[in-house]
Design a binder for this molecule. Structure first.
Ligand SMILES: [Zn+2]
Length: 145
């Protein structure tokens, strides 16, 4: 009896994890960028600001350590550089992402230190909701998408 009550929640957890977390999502439901030394989450706020949250090994928000962030929104025919300001656990763009009727590419540049070479992360900014995982398409966690 005792074993059964202990096992059931564990099983439920295993099943829900394998069903939903094909690819892990960030703490805000955004896209996880495999940056070094800390992973980071790219998330678009309801005000269309790009929010970068740095993460610990368990993908929980964690304060960055000297990283610098900038981004370029590549709307066809119009490139917009976004500057970021520091928050407690990362950075948020000072201006909202440009409006566009079609998805466009956003290049997020992360430097591990102010004088380090930047690493680019290219994201197709499709804000439509994925019908399977419920995340925005840019942060879809479905396997094989
Ligand atoms: Zn999905």
């Amino acid at each position: 009896m005792k074993t059964k009550t202990l096992l059931l929640p564990l099983l439920a957890l295993t099943f829900s994890t394998s069903l939903w977390a094909a690819k892990p999502a960030g703490p805000n439901g955004g896209r996880v960028l495999h940056a070094q030394p800390q992973k980071a989450e790219f998330f678009v706020t309801p005000e269309r600001r790009a929010k970068i949250t740095f993460l610990d090994a368990a993908l929980s928000a964690a304060a960055p350590d000297g990283q610098q962030v900038m981004a370029i929104a590549e709307v066809p025919g119009q490139r917009t550089t976004l500057e970021f300001e520091r928050t407690e656990t990362g950075f948020v763009s000072r201006a909202p992402l440009p409006e566009s009727t079609a998805p466009y590419r956003v290049v997020v540049q992360i430097r591990s230190a102010p004088d380090a070479k930047p690493t680019n992360y290219r994201i197709e900014l499709n804000l439509a909701e994925c019908g399977e995982c419920g995340h925005a398409e840019y942060a879809c966690t479905c396997e094989g998408h």
